[in-house]
Design a protein around this ligand. Structure first.
Ligand SMILES: *Cc1c(COP(=O)(O)O)cnc(C)c1O
Ligand SMILES: [Zn+2]
Length: 431
């Protein structure tokens, strides 16, 4: 049995799992999905069961999310909406490791999901719940990837999908996905935070189901990435896990995932979770460095080229803070220049990612320089989105025309502009 429970310490009200809620009706706090009653899992048997499912043809087993369904709030009879999400690679990244001053570095590439970002791991669960609740319309505000993901899963589930995006601020690749999957896309003047307030108003209609990461079912799906990662590491967790921070659903989900693994005896400690924000969109880093846990002060004009984390009022900050505190991690910022160079380095490893994802490697480099991460510690970075999500940025970087949010020229240290030449000799001279 599962319930929804308010995370506010002096409220902790609980609600039925199928109540259509986004926040606690009593205090407005965020909701967590929790298991009621004690279930004693046999860790060895669970690991064996999950491993055996890897060779199964069942759609549930082929999904890297639903393969761990013992920890998801559904019954076996509930029909699921899946695109075979998850099952993403964990890559060794030797050049990036070197760049950071680490002996070894692994990157978990969530860009290898069906729509090219980690959002799919949460969306499969949230849209499954939407269908279970009998919603007719699913909706979200988005900087692009949530829109692309929701549009795809809504199409699979035969639900109408409405998306609100900030006009002119979403990359063409992401918008193209949402349009092709048949979503109704509303472009409004303003930024992501403006879109979010629109969507909250819309979700007061009971036929509408809201699937921004305020929705606790999104977090349930996303937490399974911790399970998959732990399994890929033979259940030996790394010393550090580094993730980008925007709306902070991802970091919250990793916190919950590793907490549940620890409580169930599947792992024997948690990785230190470090969240990295772009310096121009860093309300969470500010809260953390000022040691004021009581209230996050919104950034009214968030600025960064890493559009997926250009968010000034992150909804899940309390959950993310819990994850950082509980694991002994931290919250830091990196500059536009650092993001850009780190991204190019991840590319040189033959991996690549979108700008927001590169905050991880940029952040690790900083933490190693500061002595917070030691060169021989084990480190995993989470790459949240695919390289092809934002090719304008990539071409700008390599062509040396990338201009930061304050009009500053970004001088790439690893640029690789196309060679203008007449014959093959020009290419040979270069190599
Ligand atoms: C959504 C997204 C993020 C931010 O994740 P949050 O859960 O909002 O913190 C980072 N990178 C990419 C590529 C994303 O799509
Ligand atoms: Zn409450």
């Amino acid at each position: 049995m599962f319930i929804q429970r308010c995370i506010t310490p002096d409220c902790r009200a609980d609600y039925k799992i199928d109540d259509r809620l986004y926040v606690c009706p009593r205090c407005g706090g965020l909701l967590d999905i929790e298991r009621t009653g004690e279930i004693a899992f046999d860790p060895a048997a669970l690991r064996e069961l999950w491993r055996a499912r890897l060779t199964s043809r069942d759609a549930r087993d082929r999904s890297g999310v639903w393969r761990f369904r013992e920890f998801l709030p559904f019954n076996d009879e509930d029909p699921i909406v899946t695109l075979a999400e998850g099952n993403t690679p964990l890559y060794d990244a030797p050049r990036s490791a070197d760049y950071c001053g680490l002996r070894q570095l692994q990157l978990k590439h969530q860009g290898n999901n069906p729509t090219g970002s980690f959002k799919d791991t949460g969306m499969t669960v949230a849209v499954t719940q939407a269908r279970k609740l009998g919603a007719r319309l699913v909706a979200c505000a988005s900087t692009g990837n949530t829109a692309a993901s929701l549009a795809a899963y809504a199409a699979r589930a035969n639900l109408v999908c409405a998306i609100i995006v900030p006009s002119g601020q979403v990359s063409h690749a992401k918008l193209a996905q949402a349009l092709d999957y048949g979503a109704k896309v509303l472009e409004i003047d303003g930024n992501f935070d403006t879109c979010m307030s629109f969507i909250r108003e819309l979700s007061e209609d009971s036929a509408v189901y809201l699937v921004n990461s305020i929705n606790p079912f999104r977090i349930e799906g996303q937490k399974t990435v911790a399970f998959e990662l732990a399994e890929q590491l033979e259940w030996r967790v790394p010393d550090h896990l580094v993730v980008p921070g925007g709306n902070l659903g991802n970091s919250s989900a990793f916190g919950k995932g590793f907490r549940e693994l620890l409580q169930s005896g599947l792992i024997d400690r948690q990785p230190k979770i470090t969240v990295v924000q772009a310096v121009g969109a860093a309300p969470f880093a500010r809260l953390y460095s000022e040691h004021d846990d009581s209230n996050l002060i919104n950034e009214l004009d968030p600025k960064t080229l890493a559009s997926a984390i250009k968010i000034g009022a992150p909804v899940s900050w309390r959950k993310a803070l819990r994850a950082v505190h509980e694991t002994g991690g931290s919250v830091i910022t990196v500059t536009e220049q650092e993001i850009a160079d780190a991204k190019a380095m991840i590319g040189r490893d033959g991996i690549g990612c979108e700008p927001a994802s590169a905050t991880t490697v940029a952040g690790m480099r900083k933490l190693v320089a500061e002595g917070v991460i030691k060169a021989d510690e084990t480190v995993v970075g989470v790459l949240t989105g695919h390289l092809l999500k934002d090719t304008d940025y990539v071409m700008g970087y390599h062509g040396n025309t990338l201009v930061g949010p304050d009009g500053e020229q970004i001088r790439g240290r690893f640029t690789n502009a196309p060679i203008q030449g007449q014959d093959l000799q020009d290419l040979q001279n270069e190599s």
